[in-house]
Design a protein around this ligand. Structure first.
Ligand code: GLA
Length: 331
């Protein structure tokens, strides 16, 4: 007699119910998501990935942390996730224009995708609004940078005519354009001379590329007494600050204000002697990592699609208050 024929209809019924319940539970237990970042060595992204892993441990899902520093690496990361049975991933892409190719690959594997920090741009040049996104409110945070620079210039009594603004830019990246435009606008509204804003285009979003971008601009502009420096993130502002040091500009003549509030800034504030790095607008990378991972998990398990676009805000962090702000933001 086969096993099934021994079941009474009632027992058989409950066996089916049990196996269905067991399956739902197994599905819940088996959630795996990827967290792919463009700069795995930067403190901001290390924090995001760690926070995602932590929320996974709390809620019971696995997070595979991966690097995606170029298109090829991102596509292999997605293949890798598929082979591990992942149902989706959070990504900060190395190039926002990879959006359509990344979505293509994800759809082949039926994976759900959320972008963090840098939003995909479609072939029409517009943000891909159908992919849920969480990132800084770039323009507003840029304005906070501009305000911090303006206030500090006033506190030091600098005549704006004698100040050069080093704007380290990355025109291909909307995240960067929004932030640096916000900062420039505030300076201009406060009477900063437009001709004194000098662009230093960087090829990447790290300290080295900013240093290389800033150096020639500084060396060609010795008519200024003071420098203010801003960029899309603190890593880049630090590149600019290092370049002023290289040209022997006194740290008292430099006001650099970044964005992020992560390890790079903490290390700078912890130095015994102050540098030209005045402050940074800190945003909770922990919150970015947790929220996106949790949203993706809920989407996978409960079918609840995350908000189309969530914008986060920031707080000015300087040498004087950095430890307090760090603790407040749970960094
Ligand atoms: C971009 C920058 C990062 C960080 C994030 C935060 O990706 O390159 O340094 O500022 O945005 O949203």
């Amino acid at each position: 007699m086969s096993l099934t024929t021994r079941f009474t209809p009632l027992l058989l019924g409950s066996a089916i119910a049990l196996s269905a319940a067991g399956q739902v539970q197994a599905e819940e237990e088996d959630v795996t998501i990827g967290f792919i970042v463009k700069k795995p060595e930067q403190a901001w992204f290390i924090n995001e990935q760690e926070a995602a892993t932590e929320v996974g441990e709390e809620l019971g899902f696995d997070v595979v942390r991966l690097a995606g520093e170029d298109g090829q690496e991102v596509l292999s990361a997605i293949d890798n996730l598929y082979s591990q049975g992942a149902q989706g991933f959070v990504i900060c892409p190395p190039d926002v224009r990879l959006g359509p190719a990344i979505m293509n690959r994800a759809e082949q594997y039926d994976m759900k995708v959320i972008t963090v920090d840098d939003r995909f741009v479609g072939s029409d040049g517009e943000p891909m609004k159908d992919v849920p996104h969480l990132g800084m409110s770039g323009y507003k945070i840029g304005q906070q940078v501009g305000e911090a620079i303006h206030d500090e210039m006033e506190a030091r009594g600098w005549d704006p005519e004698s100040v050069a603004a080093l704007r380290i830019t990355n025109e291909e990246l909307p995240t960067a354009v929004d932030r640096t435009t916000g900062a420039s606008d505030v300076l201009l509204e406060n009477g900063f001379p437009e001709d004194n804003i000098l662009d230093a285009p960087q090829q990447n979003t790290d300290t080295n590329s900013a240093f290389s971008a800033a150096s020639p601009v500084i060396s060609e502009s010795d008519e200024y007494d003071h420098w203010v420096i801003y960029a899309l993130n603190e890593e880049s502002v630090l590149g600019g600050v290092r370049a002023t040091e290289q040209y022997g500009i006194d740290e008292d003549d430099v006001i650099g204000v970044g964005i992020n509030g992560s390890g790079a800034a903490f290390a700078e504030f912890s130095r015994e002697e102050p540098t030209g790095f005045h402050g940074t607008i800190a945003v909770s990378s922990t919150m970015h990592g947790r929220a996106t991972a949790e949203n993706l998990y809920r989407w996978i398990t409960e079918g609840e699609e995350p908000p189309a676009n969530t914008e986060t805000s920031g707080t000015l962090m300087t040498r004087d208050n950095w430890e307090e702000v760090r603790d407040e933001l749970g960094l």
